[in-house]
Design a protein around this ligand. Sequence first.
Ligand code: CA
Length: 226
Amino acid sequence: MRILIVEDDELLASGLTRALAIPGYAVDHVSNGEKALLALDAEHYDLLVLDIGLPGIDGFGVLRRVRERRQTLPALILTARDAVSDRVRGLDLGADDYMTKPFALGELEARVRALLRRGHHAQSAQLSCGALLMDTLAHRAWLNHKAINLTAREWGVLEYLLMRQGQVLSKDKIMQAVCNWDEEISSNAVEVYMSRLRTKLDPAGVHIRTVRGYGYLLDEADNARP
Ligand code: CA
């Protein structure tokens, strides 16, 4: 999951980034509307956390342009303005949720999880493939009903594969999905995560197949082609 935070208050932005750095989530931060629009063009995001009062293009302007471009990612507006007319305007422009500053970080985290869930797999926080079950809300995973331990990065990679079962995913896409801008992981690192995940998943018949020259594909044993 990749989240973009647009907030010009540096202190608040770093608090938000920390709060949302849930294992397996990649969080990027920009401080104005222009940079937000550039970032949204360049990367795929699963959620936009958007301040309204920004230098230059404000949050309303960003949201309007995002929706004009038919980018459907969920948007959560954060603002100091609590006037009803601002809330209505935000929602009319296509915001999915709205929080007034100051707010409790715990509530923000819960709303973010709800929006991510809504965006990706409408009703359920549970993803499965064969014997593998992942609860993205509880942040737990099971193989044949036995809990398994995953590192934060393994979690991020596996969740990404699981949400896109049956699709071949390139190393670049996988890296982009699990890393912040500040982090550099090499394509070798992706291979390492895949090999660790395979060690955990293979015995239960859940396979990450390598598609030579392109990437990876998550599959159950029964569906695997030679
Ligand atoms: Ca602001």
